[in-house]
Write a protein that binds this ligand. Structure first.
Ligand code: GLC
Length: 484
């Protein structure tokens, strides 16, 4: 018997290529495409940010709907992008969402600014109303990270208040470190009512503090919770990685699943990458990578010589292990021959430390503080090794892209890094988060680089690693089916 087609509405703050800052945008950009290939009807719902520059002529109006906030009725319009694609892209139009940036820093542990909190709690509420009032016939609403973590809570609340059609919810956690703490008054404007939301009642008193934690509400309300690797799904049940939410996650353990991310292997393909001076495949990577390495050294004003060149393309944040990198550079550079190329933006102290390391060691270290897609691709292709010494890493996409480009990942055994890189086969993996362990891993890479045969085998193994979305899309599909 043929299985019934499932309709999934994906709601998120980011989705490549429309609005992307990090890995969240990549995942929401490519997972729906992979699900569509598996026969799922996929609709992606995004805010119609002002910077998208989507003119009305690119859009079809799909309807309008109202969001009941505590004191006002907000009118929204739902537009669909006019394009041929197996996935439908819908945008919610409302002045609160029409901002010029996705986020307004600071985020992290501090409560988010009220207007920013309001924007995403409003978006979450609007998603639920759009699904119902514009009859999107969703079997599942799949939301991501704190920005849309309130969707399951609104669904739960509306189920009681309005007889909302029976829609199941899935919340994917890409990063537990950013929880979306909101002042309670920001939430009361949005009309979250803890006392009429069944999934929150048990915790009513616990939740009744000054700040509400969007992720916590999502974790309590969603029908299923996923995170982006099996190891991270286990890690977040512990005090060390749980970011204060471990007890809530533990209670939902039966509904918590780890499903690895894939990458868009058509986009990340060294054989067709237009950003590269020389494209290559697993058959001719030596020549290809050598030309790209010279181009990278040239672009970054590093001496064009044959020493191991390590790359990092990353948000410059503590999570990514930059404190270790800075210390290890000081310790190793006087003794070992290697180069390091870093690209990214983030915390000012890390940016400054990298700039000063580059200033002090201009022949070994290059730091480009900024976004530059072309340079990112050139680092993936031109570097010999790719360093990710993360303190925690829900999945990590950099190591997957690096392997596809024949660049050996040197990673700490945490979260998705542990699940995707095989020590001594596709990369170099170390366990402890300390400078000694990272230094030893880098020295091992430097020595391996000298032994061409082992290095070449590892490069080829990595290039053959299957990082497509297929298997993960199947796992999401089984999860959706198990909820219906
Ligand atoms: C976040 C996580 C990263 C993950 C990405 C996509 O950026 O830090 O580990 O790969 O989300 O899920």
């Amino acid at each position: 018997m043929q299985k019934q087609k499932i309709t999934v509405v994906m709601a998120a703050a980011e989705c490549a290529p429309f609005a992307k800052i990090g890995g969240l945008g990549d995942v929401v950009g490519s997972l729906p495409q992979a699900l569509a290939q598996e026969g799922v009807n996929c609709i992606v719902l995004l805010p119609r940010y002002a910077f998208l520059n989507l003119h009305d002529s690119h859009m079809i109006k799909r309807g309008s709907f109202v969001v009941h906030e505590s004191k006002t009725l907000e009118r929204c319009t739902l537009y669909e992008l006019r394009q041929k694609s197996p996935v439908r892209y819908l945008f919610i139009d409302h002045p609160l969402l029409a901002t010029n940036t996705i986020y307004h820093p600071p985020t992290g542990a501090k409560p988010v600014e009220t207007r920013y909190a309001r924007k995403f709690s409003f978006f979450s509420h609007a998603v639920v109303e759009a699904v119902q009032q514009c009859r999107l016939q969703a079997d599942i609403i799949h939301c991501h990270d704190w920005h849309t973590a309130l969707v399951p809570t609104f669904v739960d609340q509306l189920a009681v208040l309005k007889n909302y059609p029976f829609t199941k919810t899935v919340l994917t956690i890409h990063n537990l470190g950013i929880k979306g703490l909101m002042r309670r008054d920001a939430l009361s404007v949005s009309h979250i009512k803890i006392d009429s939301t069944p999934s929150l009642l048990e915790d009513y008193y616990d939740l009744d503090d000054k700040h509400l934690n969007s992720l916590k509400l999502g974790i309590l309300s969603a029908d299923a919770i996923t995170t982006v690797s099996p190891t991270y799904a286990k890690e977040i049940l512990t005090h060390e990685y749980g970011s204060g939410l471990e007890s809530f996650l533990f209670r939902r353990k039966r509904d918590l699943h780890g499903i690895l991310n894939g990458i868009d292997t058509n986009f990340f393909n060294p054989a067709h990458d237009p950003a590269l001076p020389k494209t290559y495949s697993v058959k001719d990577w030596q020549k290809g990578k050598c030309i790209n390495k010279r181009a990278l050294q040239h672009a970054l004003h590093l001496p064009e010589k044959d020493v191991p060149l390590f790359g990092m393309v990353s948000r410059l944040v503590t999570q990514k292990g930059f404190d270790l990198i800075i210390e290890v550079l000081q310790a190793l550079l006087p003794h070992a021959q290697f180069q390091l190329a870093v690209l990214g933006t983030g915390e000012k102290t890390i940016e400054q430390a990298l700039r000063s390391a580059a200033h002090k060691h201009p022949h070994s270290v290059a730091a480009v503080i900024g976004f530059n897609l072309g340079l990112a691709q050139l680092i993936y292709a031109g570097a010999d090794g790719f360093i990710m010494p993360s303190l925690f890493e829900p999945c990590g996409l950099g190591q997957l892209i690096a392997m596809r480009y024949g660049t050996i990942p040197i990673v700490r055994a945490t979260g998705g890094l542990k699940d995707t890189v095989q020590n001594n086969k596709t990369g170099i993996v170390f366990s402890r988060y300390d400078t000694g362990s990272l230094a030893r891993a880098l020295l091992k890479a430097i020595s391996l680089y000298g032994k061409k045969k082992s290095w070449y085998t590892m490069v080829a193994n990595g290039m053959r690693h299957d990082a497509t979305w297929r298997r993960s899309a199947d796992e999401y599909l089984s999860l959706y089916r198990s909820l219906l």
